[in-house]
Design a protein around this ligand. Sequence first.
Ligand SMILES: Nc1nc2c(ncn2[C@@H]2O[C@H](COP(=O)(O)OP(=O)(O)OP(=O)(O)O)[C@@H](O)[C@H]2O)c(=O)[nH]1
Ligand SMILES: [Mg+2]
Length: 324
Amino acid sequence: MSADAAELGRRLRAGDVRVAPAVLNLVESRAPGHREAVAALLREVAPAALGGEATAHVIGVTGPPGAGKSSLLSHLVAAWRARGRTVAVLAVDPSSKRSGGALLGDRARIAIDPADPGVFVRSTAAGGRLGGLAPATRAAADALAAAFDVVVIETVGVGQSETDVGELADTVCVVVQPGSGDVLQFLKSGIMEIPDVLVVTKADLGRLAAGALRDLRAALRSLGSTQTAVVSVSAIPPGQGIDALADALDAHRARVDVPARRLRARRLSALADFTAEHGERGLRALGGRRPAERWLAEQEPGLDVPALERALQARARELEGRDA
Ligand SMILES: Nc1nc2c(ncn2[C@@H]2O[C@H](COP(=O)(O)OP(=O)(O)OP(=O)(O)O)[C@@H](O)[C@H]2O)c(=O)[nH]1
Ligand SMILES: [Mg+2]
């Protein structure tokens, strides 16, 4: 299994986007030996193997249920394709903790051309909590970033729940619909981290949408945020504001320190995967979350997520041995 997985990784590294379905099947598999296989896959697309960070733009698209994320992505995907970019979308299904079930697929309400090999859309199961990312989703995003130009992770969340995707993405795009006062309040009160790009959907609703845009811009100004782009879009055909949004996402990507974000993402992913496996008890064995993060910050920058997770396990054993 690991040999096949390594071959998948090598094909991703060569830019072969057609292996995406096989990659998803592998990372979501629960078959014996699958952890080793995923580790073998990720080793082939780690920065050490790629000779640098994966070149994809990894974008987190998050927002309250029904805000219009998937409808918007239908248009954005088309805009990216028109710009010659290949796109993978992982839509995280908050109602499903288990992966691979036949019930999946309902969150991927993204209209694409099924004959276009340059687009890949898949629903994946959520982690344990709203806005959480399962280890399989993190692994899939890491792997696909080696071959696709754009990798989108669509999650449902407001407030603090979007932090998981923020740890993984180069650019966090928060999508709200007009009249969603809760998001405005979360922003103002600091419950919600300031997004890199803020989108107000349903511009066709007219005054309501314009009002939402004004309120959000005012809130960002009062928070002293001059960097966040606020874009108004409509998904009603033919669409509105889509190119402006694609430009805003590009502009953010151009000014962000991608290697620094990716390095942080790998370390936080390893800690999240470790915690998913070993729970709070595991975290206590590491001396708590902050000390574990500090320890991770001292590790070799080129290590991939499975290698970092193994290092955390060894560290936990070592600290427990010392206490015993
Ligand atoms: N009027 C109008 N309706 C829209 C627009 N975009 C989306 N909708 C509608 O809003 C509803 C939710 O759209 P989705 O794109 O599924 O929203 P979502 O944020 O992906 O939803 P979840 O994935 O369930 O959280 C649907 O009924 C859409 O038809 C828009 O630009 N204008
Ligand atoms: Mg959706």
